[in-house]
Write a protein that binds this ligand. Sequence first.
Ligand SMILES: NC(=O)c1ccc[n+]([C@@H]2O[C@H](COP(=O)([O-])OP(=O)(O)OC[C@H]3O[C@@H](n4cnc5c(N)ncnc54)[C@H](O)[C@@H]3O)[C@@H](O)[C@H]2O)c1
Length: 247
Amino acid sequence: MSERRVVVITGAGGTLGAALSCQFVAEPETDVVLSDVSAASLDATLAVLPGDHGAVETLLADVSDLAQVEAVIGLAIERFGRLDVLISNAGVLAPNGRIHNLATEDWERAFRINVLGAVNGITAAVGVMRTQQSGSIVLTASVAGLTAWSHAAPYCATKAAVIQLAKVAAVEYARDGIRVNCVCPGTFLSGIHDDLPPEAIDAIAVKHPLGLGAAADLVGAYSYLASDASRWTTGSAIVVDGGYSAP
Ligand SMILES: NC(=O)c1ccc[n+]([C@@H]2O[C@H](COP(=O)([O-])OP(=O)(O)OC[C@H]3O[C@@H](n4cnc5c(N)ncnc54)[C@H](O)[C@@H]3O)[C@@H](O)[C@H]2O)c1
């Protein structure tokens, strides 16, 4: 068995994806496959990777398309021969609005990318991990999946679905040696907030006892869930939110 570890990250071109890419590529004996739907974002992540690191492969893919996600996992196998960790991190916000004002297309897009994207990642990864009888899958959920945000029902509902998906997958694949967990971040400023006015950001910030976070505040939880240190942890939703959900 190879002693090197192979990590696949989706949404690798985003703010959190870039931080995760920098973290994992610098971890010992680790090679990575970085994927995103946006070529420009992926290039931006490649530009900030630390100098000394393992092998890096990239592939553009839309997580809502199973064939494209399978191609990403296929690249890991073709290039590195195995898949140890999948971090399913791609995600989108939906437009703000009360439930009855939101368009069907907004709901569909949120479910296609946030939920089906995670389903596709699990489906593609377990095809390999079941053969290996080992693997760790980490989904990016959100505290929005645990708490109610007015005017953000598609985001809250899809992230709640991601949490439940991690739990069910953990139960289904435990006997195959596969662990499935998710991380529930509080708010850290990123591309998904580009359309929010400053007042909205301020209103979110005051609800975090420790203030808004940064992507760097999240990577430790992913690193733990990807590693053998978490070998007895599966079906967990690890909250890293600056105290947002504590009250
Ligand atoms: N920023 C926050 O406050 C926050 C809080 C909780 C959870 N999250 C979650 O963290 C994850 C990363 O988000 P971020 O804040 O870094 O935002 P971001 O917009 O910087 O990154 C998201 C990335 O996902 C990619 N993406 C979007 N649709 C895709 C698709 N169909 N296929 C493949 N890639 C796609 C985008 O191109 C982008 O690079 C998301 O799942 C998000 O919901 C973010």
